[in-house]
Design a protein around this ligand. Sequence first.
Ligand SMILES: [Fe+2]
Ligand SMILES: [Fe+2]
Length: 235
Amino acid sequence: MQNALNEAKKGVVPTALLDQPLGSLIACFPGATLVFRQHRVGFCCHADQTLSDVAKRKQLDPHVIAAELCQLPKGPLNLPDVSDVAGFINFILSRYHDVHRDELVELIALAREIEIVHGDHPDAPVGLADAFIEMADQLDMHMMKEENVLFPAMREMSMNMPISNALAMPIHCMREEHDDHSQAIHRLQKLTNNCTVPDGACSSWHRLYSSTSKLIEDLVAHMYLENSVLFPRFE
Ligand SMILES: [Fe+2]
Ligand SMILES: [Fe+2]
């Protein structure tokens, strides 16, 4: 992946990107989910599938999608190496756990405002603030389990080789909770018409949906990095 990212930084569209799972691309290219959405590529439940496999199934040209990812203004980002378990966990905590908590507070307030001001609009996202409140509670409990139990155990175990499979059960529980988060993401997508603002929507409504889209993107990347990069080291 690193070579592909270096090529992408030089403006070359690397063919190696085609073999990358969608989750990895989402983590490295901020805004990747906008590109996938424009091509009607579902990414929430396909984070483990490669760009070429997903494109083939949808009869799309993966080179076109890879080129559009490389044109996004903020990517590609370098991710930390998971062989440094403590560093990788610190990255997850600061880049995702802290950010989700901060953003959900703002999203709840903004969704409530839009529901009150535009409640009589046929496309108003009625129920979105409650959906964010439920998601915030669910995510907070999940992240606390990782922060207080699973991640400290992983840090400890990574310093005392060999790594055993003693964490298999808590990891299994976290994977199941990630599936619940995916269901919560589907609920957000449904309530917001897949983050599509109606014609003539005010700037706050635009901000609500772009922030919702960013939260979904971060959550998908976060779960991919745990499910497919961090957890397998302990299974
Ligand atoms: Fe996490
Ligand atoms: Fe998690």
